[in-house]
Design a protein around this ligand. Structure first.
Ligand code: GDP
Ligand code: GDP
Length: 435
């Protein structure tokens, strides 16, 4: 499971600026995609070889809400789920009473704390650090989030506090495709998992479930093996727990990260919500192969179906390469097609591509349509080679590639996708200059 780092602090100290600096994706895959919004509070930091979830707790404002109010409860929930707390303070304002009470709260959790003294640009760093030394926290680091200064050091200092249980265990390869099933509450995730597993198996997995361990449930269907990595749907124990269970973005991000193929479940009877799109955006940003399951297709008349299909087509344009499957988890219809889509998406995501094929395709794409001139010069694209799979990554060497517009990147993506039939998976393009 991806470890979790929570950013906590007063308003205006620079938490969201720091959050952006930590979670900015290398190739801005999603930021470039019209129609997808990123989640302002949850993201994945990939600045180090080991990724982790970053939560911007936002809240903890003035005295009326303060440490006791409703936002404080949400902040506490984030603290409870975090492996490490990053306490952000403002070098220019110094220590305010609210800082002291937040620190007391953080200490009570018993979790490791790193203090980030932000906004050290233009102030005497030593003096600023000196003031916050009175907190007595060993790891107190200067930063200027607005200028991305101190961010790498923070990441380096954070890593030792984060558990290292990556999913690159070779034994996992034998257990089939790792599939995450995510979606909003009531989309039908547990119903689907029950359907796929059969009741007996779910009871077994319930007993095996502990609170923090990721749950991996083996599944065999039509002679194929899968591992369901699901933390939100599988672990239901009682009706009572079900009722109070809240949608956990953290758990969803962890499931997506642990998967090779993510199934995003959408309730056909609800309007497509921003949260659905954000989830799909997260899966794409994580580079996961993607299948969209539109559930509760039973009992809808042809007019309703048509309206739903139209709305989906319109709003899912940014992920038109992902297969949409209409299912009824309750009645078990469409599940064969769903698993077929999972297999296809996985095959596309792990397809072997050769440098010569990629370079030839690049040449064709470039011939057909060249990137717009930058101050009278055209960016040049020379050759391509594979840079990884799941998602398929295509490294393109050339010059002035920094000036290549998102639209041209998307054009290349589409061209490669079509040529190599990369349906069901995001495609990454990594431009490199002058080699
Ligand atoms: P949050 O409320 O803690 O999330 O704080 P924000 O990230 O929204 O930042 C509050 C204000 O501080 C904004 O105007 C930022 O531009 C500014 N800010 C954030 N980081 C820095 C920094 O490193 N240096 C300076 N000078 N200003 C910063
Ligand atoms: P989860 O919160 O995503 O795990 O959703 P559940 O699996 O708990 O399902 C939420 C509700 O939707 C339950 O009342 C299910 O019986 C119902 N439901 C799930 N799948 C279907 C379906 O395919 N058709 C219909 N009509 N109802 C469904």
């Amino acid at each position: 499971m991806l470890p979790v780092v929570a950013l906590v602090g007063r308003p205006n100290v620079g938490k969201s600026t720091l959050f952006n600096a930590l979670t900015r994706s290398r190739d801005a895959l999603v930021a470039d995609m019209p129609g997808v919004t990123r989640d302002r509070h949850y993201g994945v930091c990939r600045l180090a070889p080991r990724p982790f979830v970053v939560v911007d707790t936002g809240g903890l404002s003035g005295s009326d809400e303060g440490i006791e109010g409703l936002t404080a409860q949400q902040v506490r929930a984030a603290i409870a789920e975090a492996n490490l707390l990053v306490f952000v303070v403002d070098a220019r304002e110094g220590i305010l009473p609210l800082d002291a009470s937040i620190l007391t709260e953080l200490r009570r959790s018993g979790k490791p704390i790193i203090v980030v003294v932000n906004k050290t640009d233009g102030v005497d760093e030593a003096v600023a650090l000196g003031e916050f030394a009175s907190f007595g926290i060993a790891e107190t680091l200067p930063a200027s989030a607005a200028h991305s200064r101190g961010v790498d050091t923070l990441v380096a200092k954070a890593l030792p506090y984060l558990p290292d249980d990556r999913d690159d265990d070779p034994a996992l390869e034998d257990q089939g495709i790792r599939v995450a099933i995510v979606g909003r509450p009531n989309a039908g995730k547990s119903t689907l998992i029950n359907r796929l597993l059969g009741e007996d198996r779910l009871i077994v997995s319930d007993l095996a479930g502990t609170t923090r361990d990721p749950i991996r449930v083996p599944l065999e269907r039509d002679g194929r093996r899968y591992t369901l990595v699901d933390t939100a749907g599988v672990r239901r124990r009682s009706r009572v727990e079900e009722a109070v269970e809240k949608f956990s973005v953290i758990k969803t991000l962890q499931s997506i990260a642990a998967s090779q193929v993510t199934i995003v479940m959408i309730d056909a009877r609800e309007n497509l919500a921003d949260q659905d799109l954000t989830l799909i955006g997260h899966a794409i940003e994580e580079g996961r192969a993607l299948v969209i399951a539109v559930n509760k297709w039973d009992g809808m008349d042809s007019y309703q179906r048509e309206q739903t299909q139209k709305a989906l087509e319109r709003r899912l344009q940014f992920a038109e390469w992902a297969k949409t499957v209409f299912i009824s988890a309750l009645h078990g219809s469409g599940l064969r097609e769903l698993m077929k889509a999972v297999i296809r998406a996985h095959a596309a995501a792990t397809k072997e591509l050769t440098s010569s094929e990629l370079t030839r395709t690049l040449e064709k794409a470039y011939e057909a349509y060249q990137p717009p001139l930058v101050r009278g010069h055209a960016p040049k694209l020379r050759y391509a080679h594979p840079g990884g799979s799941n998602p398929p990554t295509i490294v393109i060497h050339g010059s002035r590639t920094k000036h290549i517009a998102p639209a041209y990147r998307r054009y290349l993506e589409g061209f490669f996708r079509k040529r190599f039939r990369l349906e069901g998976t995001p495609v990454r393009i990594d431009f490199r200059d002058g080699e």
